[in-house]
Design a protein around this ligand. Structure first.
Ligand code: C2E
Ligand code: CA
Ligand code: CA
Length: 852
């Protein structure tokens, strides 16, 4: 835009310069040296040509161009024509004369009058031209001359030239070309501004348009061109057009300058004087409607001139002050000022006629218009650039903001210590993977470092943090190489997430992992390698739990929970890896409803105790029964171990055991009534041993059932006591002190220390079924059982073999000196009434003492 504008200026100047070269040397047909004039007051308007010629007072004109300023007097001019017979044309190069009367003179006698002027319709002109042209015939034999009578309201300025027609037409055509070029240039600028304004909607282009348009109107009116072109029938409009064009041009130039130079922001006297100029020019414009022509002209000019002077001054002043736009403004305005001054000087005869002096205003205004157009074009360019820059800055700010958001999002998605993706990130990405490829089989794996807490306690938090980082690095390396590993974070290398401290998770494509079990095994192997830290070889005690999609769960939340459960399972602890098993899930939702059901069953007395007899081997007598919990009618059935595990997990074990004890005592009452004085064994959970008031409860219960004292045996498993040896021992001692017989249940199923067993205040040891089942076939079992029996006897315990299913085993046990047996060989657990029935029918005599 900028460059094109500069080019346009250069081109225009060139095109102006070409015809200019042809204009400077045009020749006037002849000089008019001896002009005489007669000046008369307006009252003598009625004078005829003859009377005027006859009047006294004619005097020679100094110079060639009458110039009498503003007045109403009537001027008569007498011109002598050179001898010859070719026709000539008188040209009055000033189109604003109101009333011109023309007579050709032949030997001093006026011929036919020609009347014209800009107060008369245009078509009355003898020749069609904005200036006044009068053709003159010459008589070769006569003395030829011209008589003119001119009266005008404006400036009485009558520049006369005498031309040979052909030379004149050639000259006028050249001038017209020049002017057309000038008008064309201004019109182009007007259209350009209009388009720019339409596009940008910025007032400055509108003001510039108005400036150029009013200037065009002013100069065209001054030259009289508007008259034939715009309103040939209305001399009034023609006269008004000059009156209006001047203040209009002044106002629009002031408005434009204000905007262009940002004068409003500058303040001070400049701003005030410019404001005053606007108001005054507006006043002059309104004055056109109020005052008469002369006054209006005088007013407009006397306001417009100082306005122009002011604007011409402001430019250099601001330029000196360093205003960035002022230089170009000064140049533009200076060109117009100089052009106008030159033309004015020529107008008043101070400068000779030449192309530059004649067209000074046009040249100046063209130059001004072009410079300002270029400046405005440059301004558009600059504004676009600054808009681009601000848009760029905006974009940069936006992308910085995006980056910051991304960073904080990234931070929100990472665990701060290891910088691995966190739980949120894992859940988001892994569930997306599941949703995107629902046809695939997925393995959600949760890995937990069990010994981290111990390490933290040993080495302190700082070391444990550092160790965590090392571990995370190692785990990440292992996970990355697993077959079927999935990306679960924003970065490609994100394949391991941290769910909680020391708990990690990853997602595998189960199909891919299955097809390469060796690699998975390798990974597991690497996992076990100890970590070298501070010169120590720290082992990683890790458990992995795996939940499979879609086998175990449909959504990630469930799968993660299941992998957690699997990771906590005994199998995982033992083998390092376990798959989720719904049957072993103590936290499954079904469990929750089961707990509620169990609580209700307990409260509504829906649970039952079944009884299994215990026989003294030597005497073949039933000596006692064991009470075993049942949930009759529950569908699907819940096994005793399951029910007890559930009660233990839910805290229901406390009321349950107490309920069992009370029912067991009632049962013993019934047995006694049936003539069966048997011991009743009940099972106690390790949780019960932790209840502070448990011994007290038992003591109170027994105190209120004195008849059963010493006949209710509490069975406690060996492994359960090992969970909390000190507390268990204390409780058992206080029970023993209260005279409650105790039995060690499931003996041989765990790894209890003999020294501990030795201290237990028990009277009976029940050898676990696992050792009895294969007694006939397994020699090892036989050795163990025999050793156990002997050892227990040495320690003073009676021995019960559990799970005896056949007579041979019973016989073998008798041989081994076992005291009692319990098992299907005698009876299955059954309701008390059934048991009593069975015992009666078999007529099994029970020992009164219940002792073996
Ligand atoms: P336990 O105390 O070892 O009970 C003996 C279990 O062996 C019973 O299983 C019984 O039915 C079963 N059994 C007895 N003889 C044989 C046999 O010859 N062959 C086979 N295969 N099994 C035999 P049950 O009733 O399912 O009880 C399982 C476990 O649940 C019990 O093991 C006990 O630890 C616990 N339990 C049962 N009732 C209670 C209770 O009221 N309170 C507590 N805390 N635990 C109970
Ligand atoms: Ca038992
Ligand atoms: Ca047992």
């Amino acid at each position: 835009m900028h460059r094109t504008a500069v080019l346009t200026i250069l081109l225009s100047i060139l095109t102006l310069a070409i015809p200019a070269a042809g204009l400077t040397d045009t020749s006037v047909a002849d000089t008019l040296d001896d002009i005489e004039y007669l000046r008369l007051a307006p009252e003598e308007a009625g004078l005829t040509a003859q009377q005027a010629l006859a009047r006294e007072g004619w005097q020679p004109l100094a110079g060639q161009t009458p110039n009498f300023g503003y007045q109403d007097d009537i001027f008569w001019y007498h011109l002598s024509l050179p001898a010859g017979e070719s026709p000539l044309i008188l040209l009055i190069r000033y189109p604003h004369l109101d009333d011109i009367r023309f007579w050709p003179l032949s030997n001093g006698q006026p011929g036919e009058i020609v009347r014209t002027g800009d107060r008369l319709p245009y078509d009355q002109r003898p020749l069609d031209h904005p200036n006044f042209l009068f053709p003159v015939e010459r008589d070769a034999d006569a003395d030829n001359g011209i008589l003119l009578r001119i009266q005008t309201q404006g400036a009485h300025h009558v520049p006369m030239e005498l031309w040979e027609p052909q030379a004149l037409y050639a000259r006028l055509s050249k001038e017209d070309q020049l002017h057309s070029l000038y008008y064309g240039t201004l019109m182009t600028i007007i259209l350009f501004s209009l388009m720019v304004f339409a596009g940008l909607r910025e007032k400055i282009y509108l003001y510039y348009l108005a400036t150029t348009a009013s200037f065009l109107l002013l100069l065209a009116s001054l030259r009289g061109v508007t008259y034939p072109v715009l309103w040939p029938d209305s001399p009034t409009l023609q006269n008004y057009s000059i009156l209006i064009a001047l203040p209009l041009a002044a106002i629009s130039i002031v408005l434009f300058s204000r905007k262009f130079l940002g004068l409003n922001r500058i303040g001070g006297w400049i701003q005030h004087s410019v404001q005053a100029a606007t108001v005054l020019n507006l006043f002059a414009l309104l004055g056109v409607a109020i005052f008469d022509y002369n006054l209006s002209i005088w007013l407009s000019v006397s306001i417009a001139l100082p306005t122009c002077l002011l604007l011409a001054l402001i430019g250099p002043i601001l330029w000196v002050r360093g205003h960035p736009q002022a230089g170009i403004y000064t140049l533009a305005w200076g060109a117009l000022t100089i052009g106008s001054l030159i033309t004015s000087a020529n107008f008043y005869g101070l400068l000779p006629n030449s192309f530059i002096t004649t067209y000074g205003v046009q040249l100046g205004s063209t130059f001004q218009a072009l410079v300002l157009t270029a400046a405005l074009a440059h301004r558009i360019y600059r504004e676009r650039e600054s808009r681009t820059r601000s848009r760029e800055a905006e974009l940069a700010a936006l992308s910085a903001q995006r980056r910051a958001e991304q960073r904080s999002l990234d931070q929100a998605m990472r665990e701060p210590l290891t910088h691995l993706p966190n739980r949120t990130c894992f859940e988001m990405n892994a569930s997306e993977a599941l949703n995107l490829k629902p046809g695939k089989r997925w393995a959600v794996c949760v890995l937990r470092l069990n010994n981290l807490a111990a390490i933290t306690k040993t080495l302190g938090h700082r070391n444990s943090d550092r160790l965590m980082e090392l571990v995370a690095l190692r785990l990440h390396r292992i996970a990355r190489d697993l077959p079927g590993i999935q990306v679960i974070g924003p970065r490609d290398e994100d394949c391991l997430a941290v769910l909680e401290p020391a708990t990690f998770a990853y997602l595998l494509d189960a199909g891919a992992a299955n097809s390469n079990p060796r690699r998975v095994a390798q990974g597991m192997e690497q996992l076990r390698e100890p970590i070298d830290y501070l010169g120590m070889q720290l082992p990683l005690d890790s458990c992995i739990g795996v939940a499979l999609y879609p086998t175990h769960g449909q959504d990630l939340n469930t799968l993660v929970r299941q992998a957690y459960v699997a990771q906590e399972s005994a199998i995982a602890i033992e083998k390092g890896l376990a798959y989720y098993d719904p049957a072993r899930d103590p936290y499954s939702p079904e469990r929750l409803t089961l707990v509620t059901e169990l609580r209700n069953a307990l409260e509504n007395n829906e649970l039952a105790l079944w009884y299994q007899p215990k026989q003294c081997l030597r005497r073949k007598e039933i000596v006692g029964v064991e009470a075993l919990i049942r949930w009759p009618g529950r569908q699907p059935p819940v096994h005793a171990d399951q029910l007890i595990a559930l009660a233990e997990q839910s805290g229901l074990i406390r009321p349950l055991t107490r309920w069992v004890m009370e029912r067991a005592l009632e049962a013993r009452e019934v047995l006694l009534e049936a003539g069966l004085d048997l011991t009743v064994s009940i099972n106690i959970s390790p949780n019960n041993l932790r209840e502070r008031d448990f011994p007290l409860f038992v003591q109170r219960l027994m105190a209120s059932h004195q008849q059963h004292q010493g006949r209710l045996i509490l069975e406690v498993t060996e492994t359960s006591m090992m969970q909390d040896p000190d507390n268990s021992m204390r409780t058992l001692r206080s029970l023993d002190y209260a005279g409650i017989p105790l039995a060690i249940d499931d003996f041989g199923s765990g790894y209890s220390s003999l020294s501990y067993i030795k201290q237990l205040p028990a009277c009976e040891v029940k050898i676990d079924r696992s050792l009895i089942t294969d007694l006939l076939t397994h020699t090892d079992d036989r050795i163990i059982v025999k050793t156990t029996i002997d050892m227990c006897h040495n320690l003073g315990y009676r021995v019960v073999a559990e799970g005896v299913e056949d007579g041979e085993t019973a016989a073998l046990l008798l041989e081994m000196d076992c005291d009692m047996i319990q098992g299907y060989v005698l009876a299955r657990p059954q309701p008390l009434a059934d048991l009593i029935e069975q015992l009666r029918s078999e007529d099994v005599p029970s020992m009164r003492s219940g002792q073996c």
